[in-house]
Write a protein that binds this ligand. Structure first.
Ligand SMILES: *[C@@H]1O[C@H](CO)[C@@H](O)[C@H](O)[C@H]1NC(C)=O
Ligand SMILES: *[C@@H]1O[C@H](CO)[C@@H](O)[C@H](O)[C@H]1NC(C)=O
Ligand SMILES: *[C@@H]1O[C@H](CO)[C@@H](O)[C@H](O)[C@H]1NC(C)=O
Ligand SMILES: *[C@@H]1O[C@H](CO)[C@@H](O)[C@H](O)[C@H]1NC(C)=O
Ligand SMILES: *[C@@H]1O[C@H](CO)[C@@H](O)[C@H](O)[C@H]1NC(C)=O
Length: 284
């Protein structure tokens, strides 16, 4: 079956290369074989990967039930090859370099969950070139270095979870470019410095903004009051100073606001009054 599929793919290669051009355009086509190779090569670089026993050379990521791998059919006329679209490996005791996974060979990924493993190194830039990635969760690993500003170019990104790593540097202002897509931005428990970029105020679809437990400085930007869909705002345990903008009272959907353990002053009265009118609001 596998061999047959590869044979068919090989024969149809010239047509298939034009498939799904948005995803495959700059990434070497739709060959399941190159996707499988990328996954197997990465597995071979890992320290431990007991969860990945089912990833074996003579088998297919899509038809052989590889742990954590989901595939979808790409439709184009009457052709319908399978491609790897999701990697979901939370809490899988994976220990190794995230950057060793050749993301360029996996251009159809829409969903990546590597939360609570022991992934090391920097966030690979190649992740930010995944053209249809919507969900990225790298929570609870050992990643260090900066958050690449190139995340701001990811036209489909809805959720970015970077909580509990060793990330440093600033929160890139370019994230504000994800205006029509980003719903959740979670960078809690890192070592991020610098100000909260006022550009985040452009993320009008944002429902969760969690920047707690970092080393962020400066004032809370007034611009965050544009985030009228926010239900959760965590800025606690930073080094923020200045007044709490009363305009945050515009955030009428907020259910949880946590600002403690900062150097904030005054200004909470009108915010408080506005928010109290929202029945489900809890000030933590
Ligand atoms: C796929 O693997 C899971 C976990 O290893 C197992 O529970 C399930 O029965 C397998 N499904 C098939 C179709 O082999
Ligand atoms: C990564 O995958 C791409 C696309 O298949 C390929 O062209 C490239 O050579 C691979 N890079 C490495 C380092 O294997
Ligand atoms: C993460 O940061 C802490 C505190 O600076 C440091 O002790 C630890 O070695 C770092 N770990 C890694 C894997 O970078
Ligand atoms: C993305 O954001 C940065 C910083 O805010 C800005 O300089 C850049 O022009 C933006 N790019 C696009 C394509 O909007
Ligand atoms: C932030 O808000 C101020 C005042 O409303 C405005 O002048 C500025 O352009 C906003 N910044 C961004 C990046 O949207």
């Amino acid at each position: 079956m596998e061999v047959l599929l590869e044979l068919i793919l090989l024969m149809l290669q010239p047509c298939l290369l034009f498939l799904h051009t948005e995803a495959a355009g700059h990434h070497g086509g739709v060959h399941l074989r190159s996707q499988r190779e990328a996954l197997l090569e990465w597995k071979s670089t890992l320290q431990t990967s007991p969860a990945l026993d089912s990833w074996r050379p003579a088998t297919s990521p899509c038809s052989s039930n590889w742990t954590g791998i989901m595939c979808s059919v790409v439709h184009h006329g009457h052709l319908a090859p399978q491609v790897v679209t999701e990697i979901s490996l939370p809490n899988a005791a994976i220990d190794g370099q995230l950057g060793n996974l050749n993301f360029s060979a996996l251009p159809f990924l829409t969903y990546i969950d590597f939360s609570y493993n022991s992934l090391r190194g920097k966030i690979p830039l190649a992740i930010t070139s995944l053209p249809v990635l919507s969900y990225l969760d790298l929570t609870g690993n050992w990643l260090h270095g900066q958050i690449p500003s190139e995340f701001g170019n990811m036209a489909r990104l809805t959720q970015l979870g970077l909580m509990a790593n060793n990330l440093t540097g600033h929160i890139p202002a370019s994230l504000g470019n994800l205006t029509t897509t980003l719903v959740a931005l979670i960078t809690q428990q890192n070592m991020l410095t610098g100000p909260i970029p006022e550009e985040l105020g452009k993320l009008i679809r944002l429902e969760v903004l969690d920047l707690g437990s970092n080393l962020l400085m400066g004032q809370i930007p007034e611009n965050l009051s544009s985030l009228t869909k926010l239900t959760i705002l965590y800025l606690y345990d930073n080094q923020l100073s200045g007044p709490i903008p009363s305009s945050l009272g515009n955030l009428y959907k907020l259910t949880v606001l946590q600002l403690d353990t900062n150097r904030l002053s005054g200004g909470i009265q009108s915010l408080w009054e506005t928010l109290l009118s929202s029945m489900n609001f809890h000030l933590l």
